[in-house]
Write a protein that binds this ligand. Structure first.
Ligand SMILES: *Cc1c(COP(=O)(O)O)cnc(C)c1O
Length: 409
């Protein structure tokens, strides 16, 4: 099944009872079972069934199955946000004293999370750059996972997933990949050897900026060493579902960061058009980046699809000639960056990516405002940097808009 077909038909059928083409919204807290014996079995795990919407829900499950199919995983757990997904994906296997090795050009929220986890005895070490050797240098005996983004937001690094998976496995640890910015349209990390994929579905997957959500997908292939990951041991009986069973029966249930049925419904509808949106977004982003590169008032355009990007070759191979929808530009000063935002007519000035409409933000004064200068430097956030998340508009309008905004400088 090819990509756009899979978006519509992969692990999804019309509602069996009614023929409804969309998944029904099961807006129910709990689910009655026919007998106490059956409910007992469901709680035990010897029968499957729905219990309580903090644990599972048919609308949410439908979304989980579709995403798992797309990413090529054995299953998925949908969460209330991308941050919830990342938090739970890592805490599912970590204990105090364990360490994370992470890519450095990562999303500000994830960086903040990793910083806060140090209060619980979990240390994060950052690879100096996005090359495998730098990750290898940061790994030690206490490392329990490698975390990376397929396209780092906002530094736009493109790490080599295949090589990183090899490195992780040689150290007996899993590779967890945040595939929010690239989406399965560009890459399916599990197919390249990654072990677990997370998404903020608030972005490209839902697509219209109408819901917050996240998802964790497990490839089911990682061979857990239960001496090293002893908290997984009691779930060994679930075989390829060891990680997911611990997650759903453990912190996911306990923390309660579940996705609501309505948000799962919106995300499912968004998912169906991911392919055509991404096709257009990638084309638009490439065209805008080429256009802005020619404008002398723009000092630097960063986009993995430009020959000037040091990731061009790798992105071209790894993403099969597509490069995503995010680019950044440097315009000299914070003042100039603000002037441009104030002059733009179409792009919305807000903290989000992956919307159908073009978005712009000055990261240094917003998402990264509480970071130190050093941290900002590491994450590739400069005072004169603007991040643009390109939408599906007619790109001529967006080009003209940037043209007039840059003239205002
Ligand atoms: C937005 C984002 C997140 C966090 O997702 P939320 O749904 O906002 O919690 C995580 N990773 C990346 C790459 C993101 O862009």
């Amino acid at each position: 099944m090819r990509f756009n077909t899979a978006l519509l038909h992969g692990n999804f059928k019309c509602d069996e009872k009614t023929g409804a083409t969309q998944v029904p919204i099961y807006q129910s807290t709990s689910f009655e079972q026919k007998s106490p014996e059956k409910l007992e079995n469901i709680f035990k795990g010897s029968e499957i069934g729905f219990i309580y919407s903090r644990i599972n829900n048919p609308t949410v499950e439908s979304f989980e199955k579709r995403i798992a199919f797309l990413e090529g995983g054995v299953g998925a757990v949908a969460c209330s946000s991308g941050m919830a997904a990342i938090t739970l994906a890592v805490l599912n296997i970590l204990k105090s004293g364990d360490e994370i090795v992470s890519g450095s050009g990562i999303f500000g929220g994830t960086h903040s999370l990793f910083k806060n986890l140090s209060d619980y005895g979990i240390v994060t070490r950052y690879a100096e750059d996005s090359e495998v050797e730098s990750f290898e240098k940061a790994v030690n005996q206490n490392t329990r996972l490698i975390f990376v983004e397929t396209i780092g937001n906002p530094r736009l690094d493109v790490p080599n997933i295949k090589e990183l998976a090899k490195l992780a496995h040689s150290k007996g640890i899993p590779l967890i990949v945040d595939n929010t910015a690239a989406t399965p349209y560009l890459i399916r990390p599990l197919k390249l050897g990654a072990d677990i994929v997370v998404h903020s579905t608030s972005k490209y997957i839902s697509g219209s900026g109408n819901t917050i959500g996240g998802v964790i997908v497990d490839g089911g292939n990682f061979k857990w060493d239960f001496k090293k990951y002893d908290t997984l041991k009691e779930y060994e009986k679930f075989g390829v579902f060891t990680y997911l069973a611990k997650l759903r029966k453990g912190l996911f249930k306990d923390i309660g960061a579940c996705l609501s049925p309505f948000n799962a419904y919106l995300s499912s509808i968004g998912l169906e058009t991911l392919g055509i949106r991404m096709e257009r977004i990638c084309e638009n982003a490439k065209e805008l980046s080429l256009y802005l590169e020619k404008n002398p008032k723009v000092l630097k355009v960063n986009y993995p699809g430009l020959k000037s990007s040091k990731y061009f070759k790798r992105a071209n191979e790894q993403f099969d000639g597509k490069f995503g929808g995010i680019l950044t530009i440097r315009v000299g000063t914070k003042d100039a960056a603000f002037k441009i935002i104030n002059s733009l007519k179409f792009p919305s000035n807000l903290a989000n990516i992956g919307d159908v409409r073009t978005l712009v933000i000055h990261p240094a004064s917003t998402i990264y405002a509480t970071n130190t200068c050093e941290e900002r430097q590491m994450m590739g956030v400069y005072d004169d940097l603007l991040r643009i998340s390109v939408g599906i508009e007619d790109i001529e309008d967006i080009k003209e808009d940037f043209d007039q905004a840059l003239k205002s400088l």
